[in-house]
Design a binder for this molecule. Structure first.
Ligand code: C5P
Length: 402
């Protein structure tokens, strides 16, 4: 999905061993649809050459403040005016120090200083930096002072992470992984419409054990729920994702609680309810479970066997009936009569919002066609990738909550 289509990113690469990961980051930015101009410092070029970045970006690499290729010889102005964001990864201790002091002795520091800021002309070219250095350098009081100054000046710090370092030491100072940096950049471009709100979401199927090796379940990839969790986190919400068994990674910034059965899902949801203000129930919860799971594997025998099923609790209906409970959103995946069934569910469970879809339009795939049902009426959303649909649902929830 082209989540950065139409965006122009300046990727600054300074001198640190993590520079080798900048090549992968560049590839991810391009794959997301961005146009990327790489600005490579002298230090950065010791680790990875301009050839690599030029080949991956498909554009000339910029290194020199006095580069004659730019007609007006003002690369620092032109590059920063065209950019929707400047992302420096890795950002070395020396680069952070220069930036904190407002020094401008090479192309990258100069264009960072020249970037448009809201306070001056209403337009902001955000500056995001991903520090990468030895843990002693990161913890040094001088670096701490520089980082505090940068935050004050409106520079966004991404990471660093804690872990094993190239020098063999373990601690804080590792650059975030390219995938994490891409996620943080994407989140940066999203409006923070759910900032400060705790949101609990269920996703995936539940699995109800018959015996130690068998069970009954629903068909659910979890993709729509995970896309919603990601969209909500990018909108600034504190997201807890209570997930049935699926093979998807947890979106960045989302706390995931793994469960198997409906009863476990219910317990996990209620454990998170205290301060939740939004509950979105995307999970395909099994309506029934075997009345008693067999302790041992049921052996094959001739003829029919009978399984007694007992109803599972309706988690969404229970949450929706809590006094002072959260804003509840239900899902209705139907094979026909969508409007009638979805609106019926909304009323029966007393929900402000139900997201309805026809199963042939959504299950398992990467795109979806949904209609929102609220007290005003029905609102069909434009068909699209699940991530786009998820953003539109989050926007609708934020509007309804005011
Ligand atoms: O009518 P149905 O119960 O299938 O409504 C679907 C909605 O209810 C979904 O949002 C689903 O996640 C939720 N649900 C639930 N617990 C159940 C069954 C459904 O939370 N036991």
């Amino acid at each position: 999905m082209n989540e950065l289509a139409g965006k122009h990113i300046v990727l600054g690469v300074t001198g640190g061993i993590a520079a080798y990961k900048a090549a992968e980051l560049l590839r991810l930015l391009k794959k997301a649809g961005a146009v990327v101009d790489v600005v490579l410092t002298q230090g950065g070029a010791h680790f990875v050459t301009a050839v690599t970045f030029q080949a991956l970006s498909g554009r000339p690499v910029w290194s020199d403040l006095w580069d004659a290729r730019m007609a007006d010889n003002m690369a620092h102005i032109d590059l920063s005016r065209q950019a929707d964001a400047i992302l420096v990864a890795p950002a070395s201790a020396d680069f952070l120090a220069k930036l904190a002091q407002g020094r401008a002795d090479d192309l990258l520091t100069t264009l960072c200083l020249a970037r448009p800021r809201k306070a001056v002309d209403g337009r902001e070219c955000p500056l995001l930096v991903a520090p990468a250095m030895n843990r002693q350098m990161w913890e040094h009081p001088a670096t701490r002072r520089n980082v505090a100054l940068l935050a004050q000046d409106g520079t966004v710090l991404l990471g660093p992470a804690c872990g094993e370092q190239a020098c063999g030491e373990v601690g804080e100072g590792r650059m975030l992984e390219p995938e994490e940096l891409l996620e943080d950049l994407l989140a940066y471009f999203q409006p923070r419409i759910l900032a400060g709100r705790k949101l609990v979401l269920t996703a995936g199927p539940t699995f109800e054990a018959i015996d130690p090796v068998r069970g009954i379940t629903n068909s659910s990839s979890g993709k729509m729920g995970y896309a919603l969790a990601r969209a909500a986190a990018q909108a600034g919400a504190e997201v807890v994702l209570v997930s049935g068994p699926v093979s998807l990674p947890a979106p960045r910034g989302v706390r995931r609680v793994d469960v198997t059965s409906a009863l476990e899902m219910r317990a996990a949801v209620f454990a998170e309810m205290m301060d939740a203000v939004i509950f979105i129930s995307v999970a395909a919860v099994a309506d029934y479970r075997p009345a008693a799971a067999s302790e041992h594997k049921i052996k094959k025998q001739g003829g029919d066997i009978t399984l007694t099923l007992t109803p599972n609790p309706d988690i969404l209906a229970e949450v929706a009936s809590l006094p002072n409970g959260p804003f509840c959103v239900g899902f209705a995946a139907e094979s026909r009569n969508l409007a009638e069934y979805a609106e019926g569910k909304r009323r029966a469970k007393r929900l402000p919002l139900v997201v309805g879809n026809l199963v042939q339009d959504g299950l398992g795939g990467d795109s979806n066609v949904v209609t929102l049902f609220d007290e005003v009426g029905s609102h069909p959303l434009p068909p699209g990738p699940k991530q786009e649909v998820a953003r539109a649902i989050v926007a609708h929830i934020a509007r309804m909550m005011g």
